[in-house]
Design a protein around this ligand. Structure first.
Ligand code: NAD
Ligand code: UD1
Length: 341
């Protein structure tokens, strides 16, 4: 029987792509999600792509009883834990919800895992743990800090995991620090659904391309970058997903805990992304320049060397592929997208 993997948050943007990679790699993933930020329609898409039934449990990671019930089925080689809240502005206005979901969820999950004798864990961390980076590209050894409650939960989670791994050697843990995930699956059937709630760049550009927003507000034109707009390390969602399977394999093969950046090592500015998306979609993306967004950093680019050394991971897909795949997904999920803007 194939090894089962519990995939918390598996119905979300990143989790749904990891699900596909796990199936392709011969694992038997079980999605565990409360659907607080996911649409059940994603399950049909996953079924259509894989041509197999999707094993899904609708429950909360703060519910230890439900976690114990699913883990008691047995055969779990590990857990990939993505379930969390992720909006920076929401975390500023509702910090307790973030502590409860992101920290409470992790604590409850680890207890249920330990009770079931499952001690391999891949954890979704973020480049947000670097706060305002001291150096760019950013190596894993850079200092850590937080600038908002969401970032605090990721930093505190990493620290909790480190203390547990030090005290209880039965744990093997892969902490993956994502830079800026973007793009959609090559099928065009899944990707990040742009909504008013999301404040990230790609969903905002998508909303302009769809005619849902009149123009993109570019926050900051006076940064120390080639065109004055902020620079980020955008990583294609399919590359990011592949990193999780490599991390899991490493934990299964030799139990080697690791904490690595998942990025490309290459930065693109906000204006570069805007132009690349306009080219890939054939849509005009009007924009307006505005002051810097509070809390933003000028440049955030990964040093990707450690992930290559430790996991054999290297991101391969370009910004053009991120834009093209996003547009392909929007055309499929929003009929008439081409004429919308
Ligand atoms: P997402 O919101 O699309 O996915 C998260 C999923 O978790 C959703 O399906 C949601 O319904 C579920 N969920 C949330 N709270 C839950 C709970 N208490 N119990 C059960 N399910 C719950 O977000 P995503 O972009 O796929 O992010 C996944 C993970 O990656 C998160 O931990 C996030 O913090 C981290 N991350 C994301 C980014 C990014 O830019 N998207 C960057 C760095 C880190
Ligand atoms: C943000 C979060 C980070 C989180 C990540 C994933 C902040 C400060 N950081 O990263 O903690 O892990 O999302 O959820 O919020 N931009 C525009 N116009 C827009 C939207 C964005 O110009 O309409 C710019 C931003 O000002 C920024 C860049 O695009 O300079 C990237 O923004 P975004 O996609 O929100 O990601 P980060 O800020 O890097």
């Amino acid at each position: 029987m194939a090894d089962r993997i519990l995939l918390t948050g598996g119905a979300g943007y990143i989790g749904s792509h990891i699900y596909l990679d796990l199936v392709a790699a011969g694992f038997d993933p079980v999605i565990y999600d409360n659907f607080s930020n996911a649409d059940v329609a994603v399950l049909d898409a996953l079924k259509q792509i894989t041509q197999r039934r999707v094993d899904v449990v609708r429950a909360d990671v703060r519910n230890g009883t439900a976690l114990r019930a699913v883990l008691s089925r047995g055969g779990f080689a590990g857990v990939i834990h993505l379930a969390a809240l992720k909006s920076v502005p929401e975390s500023v206005s509702s910090p307790r919800a973030y502590f409860d979901n992101n920290l409470g969820g992790l604590i409850t999950l680890m207890q249920a895992m330990d009770d079931a004798g499952v001690n391999r864990l891949v954890f979704s961390s973020s480049a947000t743990v670097y706060g305002t980076p001291e150096t760019v590209p950013i190596p894993e050894t850079a200092g850590r800090d937080y600038t908002n409650p969401y970032g605090f939960t990721k930093l505190a989670s990493e620290q909790m995991l480190e203390m547990v791994a030090a005290a209880e050697p039965r744990w093997s843990i892969g902490a993956l620090r994502y830079f800026n995930p973007a793009g959609a699956h090559s099928s065009g059937l899944i990707g990040e659904t742009p909504s008013e709630k999301t404040t990230n760049l790609f969903p905002a550009i998508a909303r302009v391309a769809l005619g849902q927003l009149p123009r993109l507000t570019v926050f900051g034109d006076d940064y120390d970058t080639p065109d004055g707009s902020a620079e980020r390390d955008f990583i294609h969602i399919e590359d990011l997903a592949a990193g999780h399977v490599l991390s899991l394999r490493r934990l299964i093969e030799d139990g080697h805990s690791h904490c690595v950046n998942l990025g490309t090592g290459r930065g693109h500015t906000v204006l570069e992304v805007l132009h690349a998306f306009a080219k890939a979609s054939g849509q005009e993306i009007p924009h307006v320049l505005a002051p810097r967004r509070p809390g933003d950093v000028a440049r955030s680019v990964a040093d990707p060397a450690m992930a290559e050394t430790v996991l054999g991971f290297r991101a391969r897909r370009s910004l053009e592929e991120m834009c093209k795949s996003t547009w392909r997904m929007l055309e499929q999920t929003h009929p008439g997208a081409r004429d919308a803007a």
